[in-house]
Design a protein around this ligand. Structure first.
Ligand code: HEC
Ligand code: HEC
Length: 198
């Protein structure tokens, strides 16, 4: 048995015998926090996954496994990191990280926050940019499968918006169509604003 199968066997026994899942003991979360940082708060190029919507985490893990999410860091890191996941591990990790309290990265350009907030809340009607708030929620907290954006790092959000315009991650409906109307300056402003949202 490989280590994932062993962990899964332990998980099934724990669920049957003690009720609530004690993730620290039973889920191999170090396989994730090794890159994503303590309790999934993000580290270097690995984004914060703490406090993310569970359905969104689940969808992304399936998308990495199927090699559908194809942007460079996804290919380099997550295709391997997701290769041996089982349905139970996907559910377990999604619920575990969704339940961790997220901390904002606070690393954007403060001078661009007001502009970013204005685009987030109102869009730019003259340029066909839709208001992000419509889907991502008033506090960028996300809903159902739509991700929380508030507090994600500047560099991560900027990279995703840039990469939609470079032709990657095209299955992430509707984002490729949203991103194509944003200028580099507007992407900078949005990513700056979002990094400070709690
Ligand atoms: C070797 C480093 C590494 C490991 C191990 C790793 N990740 Fe990742 N993960 C990354 C990087 C880097 C990205 C960013 C990919 C990108 O830029 O699109 C990422 C992205 C993600 C995303 C997408 C987040 C979003 O906001 O779209 C999720 C979800 C995720 N990882 C979950 C996990 C889980 C769960 C594990 C443990 C099974 C794990 N990762 C293990 C490096 C890693
Ligand atoms: C019509 C709904 C809708 C609108 C409007 C919208 N989004 Fe999204 N957004 C989504 C969905 C759904 C996803 C998840 C896509 C996927 O499956 O990967 C997403 C994903 C994202 C992500 C990726 C997050 C991550 O963790 O990788 C970013 C960044 C993002 N949106 C930014 C924005 C910004 C900025 C705006 C406004 C300019 C915006 N979105 C407008 C629905 C929307």
């Amino acid at each position: 048995m490989n280590r994932f199968a062993l962990h899964l066997a332990a998980l099934a026994i724990t669920l049957a015998s003690t009720g609530p899942l004690r993730a620290e003991d039973d889920l191999p979360i170090r396989n994730c926090t090794f890159c994503h940082g303590v309790s999934g708060q993000g580290f270097m190029v690995a984004p914060r996954i703490a406090g993310q919507r569970p359905q969104y985490i689940e969808n992304q893990l399936k998308s990495f496994m199927a090699h559908v999410r194809d942007n460079p860091y996804a290919r380099k890191y997550m295709h391997n990191a997701s290769a041996n996941l089982t349905p139970d591990l996907i559910t377990g990790f999604s619920q575990y990280f969704a339940a961790q309290a997220p901390r904002p990265a606070d690393d954007g350009d403060k001078a661009l926050v007001a502009t970013g907030r204005d685009i987030f809340e109102n869009g730019i009607p003259s340029q066909n940019v839709v208001a992000c708030v419509v889907c991502h929620g008033p506090n960028a907290e996300g809903v159902r499968h739509i991700p929380r954006l508030g507090g994600l790092s500047y560099i991560y959000v900027k990279r995703q918006l840039d990469q939609w315009n470079e032709g990657y991650r095209q299955a992430a409906h509707p984002m490729p169509k949203v991103a194509k109307f944003l200028s580099p300056q507007e992407i900078d402003a949005l990513a700056s604003y979002l990094s400070y949202v709690e």
